[in-house]
Write a protein of this length. Sequence first.
Length: 255
Amino acid sequence: MWYSREDRSAPVFTAAQHAESRHGDGERRRLPALCILFYMGGVIAPLVEQGAVCVMEKLPRFLGGTPVYQLPDAPVCFLDGGRGAPQAADTLETLYALGVRQVLTAGMCGAFSEQAGVGDRILPDKAFIEEGTSLHYAEPRLFSTPSGAFLEKVRRWFPEGKCLPVVSTDAVFRQTYEKEALWRRRGAVGVDMETSALFTVAEYLGVEIAAVLTVSDKHPEAPGGKGWHWGMTAQMRREFAERCAARMREISREK
């Protein structure tokens, strides 16, 4: 059984209860309302080098804790969001329980369309759901969407960004040629593992959310074509992290 509108019973335990449990850290501290969730490695250290400080040694999410940091000159926290839809939902639920209300998710996607190449910025206006987590938060639907007003801000921050659909999947090695052809016909240009779940859970919780993805790798569109290749570099990660931090710093000053 997935999501059912007839099921009005409470969860057996909530993110808030877990944070306060011995399996969490036993304490429910507050975090800033603004947050950057990174879904890639190599982005935390550059911000720490610029003065960001650790404000929580271990986020008390269910699927493995992680440090939470804050920018040195703005009430904006950031952390590694984990990998895959279940951990993404776990992270967002936990952050919400600790006071986060607006989230920029910054990650990577693999491109399978001529409309996107390595290094391009994708600002998903929808994310097709091919992961199971979303099905526990909303009735079955083809895609989930970001918060419209926040997406418009992100579009102004990244004017070179392409506002196009992506797909989120649970199965890294089942991105077949036939599937990717279907995704292209629906208008999608890239694939990741978290975005559709994050959009769905954010809507469920009432969290404002938008995503910016950097194309990390390019997929061949047919067997025998140019082979799959990875293109993300350490410098690309650093520049991406610094830019996301700068933009969220601006938002904090607007409030």
